[in-house]
Design a protein around this ligand. Structure first.
Ligand SMILES: Cc1cc2nc3c(=O)[nH]c(=O)nc-3n(C[C@H](O)[C@H](O)[C@H](O)COP(=O)(O)O)c2cc1C
Length: 192
């Protein structure tokens, strides 16, 4: 089924073999299984320089940030898998969201986020699954004007969490991801 409330899904990691990209892909699959329409984006395909007000003044919004803005404009929901660096979100995630929040011509930047709905997820090889980054990712999305659902999924020991056939070794983990993704799909349908 194709939904009119498409969901953009990405991870705050560009790393090949990223656990969070893997989690984001599983979230996109779950959204689709539950009748939603998901677009997975790999931020490795959209390299953007570190935000610098001088660069913005001289050259405007970088082409890849513009392309991501266009994608975000075409989506009503967001699912972000946020890796944890020193208890924080990654510079890649912060930089990407900072550029996307900048105005460009008639578009005010924050309008791309306002009143849209998000969930946050995290995976880490550590025992806590990157949970400390989730509160911060959630706060950042709230600051951008998004509605962030209470559902979240944390995947500890991410290296062992997914089997060779691409499913969670712990069935409960797959169910929690389905619950969070289902809540996102249903909430978008209800508020449309
Ligand atoms: C600078 C740095 C700091 C890190 N800090 C944490 C941390 O605070 N908590 C944690 O669980 N993992 C931490 N890690 C390990 C990451 O969770 C791990 O590199 C993970 O694979 C990154 O996500 P990815 O697989 O999606 O790229 C850190 C890694 C780096 C490079």
């Amino acid at each position: 089924m194709t939904s009119t409330h498409p969901i953009l899904v990405f991870a705050g990691s560009a790393r090949t073999g990223s656990f969070n990209k893997g989690l984001a892909r599983l979230a996109a699959d779950s959204i689709r299984r539950q009748g939603g329409d998901a677009t997975f984006v790999d931020l490795r395909d959209y390299p953007i320089p570190l935000y610098d007000g001088g660069l913005e003044k001289e050259s405007g919004i970088p082409e890849n940030a513009r392309a991501l803005k266009k994608l975000l404009a075409a989506h009503q929901g967001l699912a972000i898998a946020s890796p944890e660096y020193n208890g924080f979100i990654t510079p890649l995630l912060k930089n990407t969201l900072d550029w996307l929040s900048r105005p460009d011509g008639d578009e005010d930047g924050l309008g791309l986020f306002r009143d849209k709905v998000a969930i946050v997820l995290s995976a880490s090889p550590g025992g806590f699954g990157g949970i400390r980054s989730l509160g911060l990712a959630r706060q950042l999305l709230l600051n951008l004007g998004m509605i962030v659902l209470p559902n979240q999924v944390v995947v500890p020991r991410a290296g062992q969490a997914v089997t060779d056939s691409g499913e969670f070794a712990d069935k409960g983990m797959g169910e929690r991801l389905d619950t969070a993704c289902g809540a996102l799909v249903r909430t978008l349908a209800r508020i449309a």
